[in-house]
Design a protein around this ligand. Structure first.
Ligand code: ADP
Length: 159
């Protein structure tokens, strides 16, 4: 059976920290599906379609990576796409506290699902989407933290 992992997140924006988790996940799983959670009640900073496009471009050469957008419970979408693993990253104890709760709930909803946590690569540990949003909002360059060009992102964001 194909080992499919769903990597769920807001990815607002998708960062080099996220890219690292996907690439390392590819060594463990046959396919990694990046799931952009589109919670209709939460306003995004970067447009959903733009982010989907940029993530797809980032992994254009990886045939075992694809991107889906969903507005549902993560456990439901995992079941729907045949994923029996959830992939998540851990940077610190705050992440752990949060992830612990979500992982328990996901297994309650979908008993076959196992959440696999990858510890962040040390040089990427300080990267978070919220910090990047703050930097970008005030005009600070964030190129070093993203696996795609920001010019591309701004161009798509405005179109
Ligand atoms: P969410 O809104 O679901 O927390 P995020 O897009 O912020 O989604 O993050 C998705 C996953 O990526 C989470 O498991 C988060 O801990 C992990 N992650 C985010 N940044 C990093 C990083 N720099 N290194 C490792 N994992 C990370």
């Amino acid at each position: 059976m194909k080992r499919i992992a769903l990597f769920p997140g807001s990815f607002d924006p998708f960062t080099k920290g996220h890219e690292d988790i996907v690439l390392r996940g590819l060594r463990l799983f046959d396919e990694v599906v990046i799931g952009i959670g589109n919670n209709a009640t939460k306003k995004r900073y970067f447009t959903l379609d733009v982010m989907q496009e940029l993530i797809e471009r980032t992994f254009a050469r990886e045939k075992n990576v694809r991107v889906v957008v969903y507005d549902d419970l993560t456990a439901h979408i995992a079941r729907e796409i045949g994923a029996t693993f959830l992939l998540r990253g851990l940077r610190n104890t705050t992440d752990f506290e949060y992830e612990n709760g979500i992982a328990q709930v996901n297994r309650y909803i979908y008993s076959e699902i196992e959440t696999v946590f990858l510890i962040t690569s040390p040089h990427l540990a300080p990267i978070s989407s919220s910090i990047i949003r703050d930097l970008h909002r005030y005009g600070q360059s964030v190129d070093d933290f993203l696996p795609y060009s920001l010019r591309e992102l701004d161009k798509l964001n405005q179109s």
